[in-house]
Design a binder for this molecule. Sequence first.
Ligand code: ADP
Ligand code: ADP
Length: 236
Amino acid sequence: TPVLQLSGLRKTYGLGTPLEVEVLHGIDLTLHSGEFAALIGPSGSGKSTLLNLIGLLDTPTGGEIQVQGRPTAALTDADRTELRGRTLGFVFQFHHLINAFTVLDNVMMPALLGGAVASEALRARALDLLGAVGLAMHANKRPNALSGGQQQRVAIARALMIRPPILLADEPTGNLDSHSADEVFALFRHFNQTFGCAVLLVTHDPRIAARCDRVLEMLDGELVRDTAGMQAPQTP
Ligand code: ADP
Ligand code: ADP
């Protein structure tokens, strides 16, 4: 079963108002377990809208999203939240870490929000993940004591805490220098390979997109290119 299947996905903003505008015009897309895909396209082409729909943060006006074979259109808000909390890891451009909590507590947060008890096993998993992103020694610091690249690495550890089969990232390297961006990209690749989670990564950086296994390109609300099954694009 594909981890993610979109069929005829449409999104209209301002439905029923004079400002009504359709920004996704029927997207078909299948993402398989362990795939590593970049989503590219100019500003305003619909990438964030698409990612919000896939992340079950917003609902489509037409078409269907299946997560691990499970249709989502008829889900209640509570079921949608539950499915999101079990299957989707998020990494944003601005990592939204909470400075009132330690790095370790930030990493544990998604599991705690999902109803897990703050057990020693959960703590151990969070520490493992912080180790894997090279930040175990910073576990008890506040996020704002770390560099931007380090904070983004914490956000990646946090996203993996629920062991998601799908990792969604919106411009995760957008405000990083190229060295930190490379480190963050290497971590996505590492977790994709060791945990087998599918990665869908929105990026403006052609260097990053060229290193993904599959490139999806959006233009004016449509998918205009998909390199699936083709040779990976060569870096110059
Ligand atoms: P991208 O992420 O590729 O920059 P977006 O998904 O943010 O594209 O935007 C796609 C189109 O939808 C743009 O024309 C944008 O202005 C419009 N749009 C995005 N969000 C809203 C909203 N909440 N209400 C109305 N229009 C929106
Ligand atoms: P176990 O079943 O003993 O937890 P696994 O083989 O599932 O072992 O995982 C080995 C290690 O990798 C564990 O520390 C686990 O927490 C971690 N792990 C496995 N899959 C994921 C994932 N998708 N995201 C984050 N961590 C994971």
